[in-house]
Write a protein that binds this ligand. Structure first.
Ligand SMILES: CC(C)(COP(=O)(O)OP(=O)(O)OC[C@H]1O[C@@H](n2cnc3c(N)ncnc32)[C@H](O)[C@@H]1OP(=O)(O)O)[C@@H](O)C(=O)NCCC(=O)NCCS
Length: 189
């Protein structure tokens, strides 16, 4: 377990996650602005979660955090640590039935607390397709700065698309954190 929030646990993937992972990644609405094309067959999901399970969260490259609600996999957070180990790019996916309840915000806030306070990262960046309003709302709600818009920058699923750019600096995160109480950790089981 890496992070515990009020309702969620961020933990390493296990082979038991393959079925729910395949289910939510096969949802066309969930995949709409993501790099993969649905459906995700169960065999491919098994291979993917096994690769995730072996990842090193403190090594450069992508690491995938499983978002767990009472033992159920409801989504994942992807973090690409740069070679300098001080910067990272963030991605997130929530199964459709768990959206609209604040779980993504809670998971990302928990991960940011871990990254900025415990691991002392300097900066976290995120990009979203400009049409992905739920993603932009999530980043703004959490306190990311909207840093720009790259017009027609990405060839994505058959068309040129606009990218919204967001960033959050450790200094800004810590300054805001001082003005509010820290997240309440859930009682340990
Ligand atoms: C991006 C994504 C993770 C956002 O999920 P989300 O459920 O909208 O975000 P949150 O979990 O923070 O929930 C916030 C919403 O829940 C509502 N909500 C309900 N109960 C809540 C609670 N207890 N606490 C906080 N928010 C609550 C909020 O009002 C908000 O709704 P709004 O955006 O309509 O105002 C989700 O849309 C997703 O997985 N999309 C597909 C994958 C994807 O595109 N990823 C991003 C690639 S860049």
């Amino acid at each position: 377990m890496f992070v515990r929030t009020e309702r969620l646990t961020l933990r390493r993937f296990t082979s038991a996650d393959a079925e729910p992972f395949a289910a939510y990644r096969s949802d066309p609405a969930v995949a709409r602005f993501q790099s993969w094309d649905p459906p995700l067959p169960l065999d491919a999901a098994r291979e993917t979660v096994e690769r995730f399970a072996e990842g090193d969260p403190e090594a450069p490259g992508w690491f995938q955090y499983a978002v767990d609600l009472d033992g159920v996999l409801i989504g994942d957070l992807g973090l690409k640590l740069h070679e300098n180990l001080m910067q990272a790019d963030l991605g997130y996916t929530l199964a459709a039935r768990y959206q609209g309840r604040g779980y993504a915000s809670e998971a990302v806030r928990g991960l940011l607390e871990h990254l900025f306070v415990e691991r002392e990262l300097h900066r976290v960046s995120a990009e979203a397709d400009a049409r992905n309003l739920a993603s932009a709302r999530l980043l703004e709600r959490i306190g990311f700065t909207h840093e720009g818009l790259r017009l027609s920058n990405t060839w994505f699923k058959g068309e040129w698309t606009d990218d919204l750019l967001f960033g959050l600096l450790r200094d800004d995160y810590l300054a805001r954190r001082l003005s509010r109480p820290p997240p309440t950790p859930a009682p340990s089981a």
